[in-house]
Write a protein that binds this ligand. Structure first.
Ligand SMILES: *[C@@H]1O[C@H](CO)[C@@H](O)[C@H](O)[C@H]1NC(C)=O
Ligand SMILES: *[C@@H]1O[C@H](CO)[C@@H](O)[C@H](O)[C@H]1NC(C)=O
Length: 204
């Protein structure tokens, strides 16, 4: 049953690749799409930069934490994490724009940037609602932008999108550039490598 599902998924991917290839070839929109995804990543970096003051030591969220409870160590530690996570997200997006990065590597780095922003929000999960909502609203736009970017990138070159076939049946064997893309995926800096401490324990 599971392998049947895998097979169906693989066939679907194969078909969508064929369709996408046809579109690229007949309509010639590949290039404009690539510049679109580049523009989106630049815009996302810019939007993240604009939010850095909000997370700074005299920023809005710090004042909000102090006003509610100045001894809220978990909130302050979550804030410190965000101060590292936002630049890390920018770093990964910027790195994805580098010309020596493969498409799959760039997608992986872009996904990693989104995860990094989400980690900042997650640190405030158990905080008073007004604080959590404020952080969540602050990062919603760059996260949404990032999602659109990933879709655009995956759409443009589905052949190399890092969508692994779980069981690797013959039809799903990655065809080419596997080594290069693997290397680039490993290069994407993950928050877990970078961050040595957890921001807040999950109480659920
Ligand atoms: C990218 O190209 C696809 C067709 O290959 C098209 O449907 C899609 O709208 C394009 N994306 C953007 C964001 O222009
Ligand atoms: C992006 O990377 C380049 C080097 O590749 C660097 O010069 C530039 O300052 C970086 N931009 C940001 C926003 O980090």
């Amino acid at each position: 049953m599971a392998s049947l599902v895998t097979l169906i998924i693989c066939i679907t991917i194969t078909i969508s690749q064929a369709v996408a290839t046809t579109d690229d070839n007949t309509l010639g929109i590949g290039i404009s799409n690539e510049s679109q995804s580049k523009h989106l990543r630049e815009l996302t970096m810019q939007q993240i930069s604009l939010r850095i003051p909000y997370f700074s030591n005299n920023g809005e969220i710090r004042r909000m934490i102090y006003k509610i409870n100045p001894d809220n160590k978990l909130a302050l530690s979550a804030l410190r994490s965000c101060q590292e996570l936002l630049p890390l997200a920018i770093y990964n997006l910027n790195r994805s724009l580098s010309t020596d990065v493969t498409k799959a590597g760039a997608i992986s780095m872009t996904i990693s940037a989104g995860t990094t922003l989400q980690m900042c929000i997650d640190g405030f999960e158990d905080q008073p609602r007004v604080i959590f909502e404020s952080v969540n609203n602050k990062l919603k736009y760059p996260i949404d932008l990032n999602r659109v970017t990933i879709k655009t990138m995956a759409m443009r070159s589905p052949k190399r999108s890092p969508r692994p076939c779980k069981k690797n049946p013959p039809r799903c064997q990655p065809k080419r550039n596997e080594d290069r893309s693997k290397r680039n995926q490993a290069e994407a800096m993950r928050p877990s490598q970078h961050m040595t401490t957890r921001t807040s324990p999950r109480l659920r």
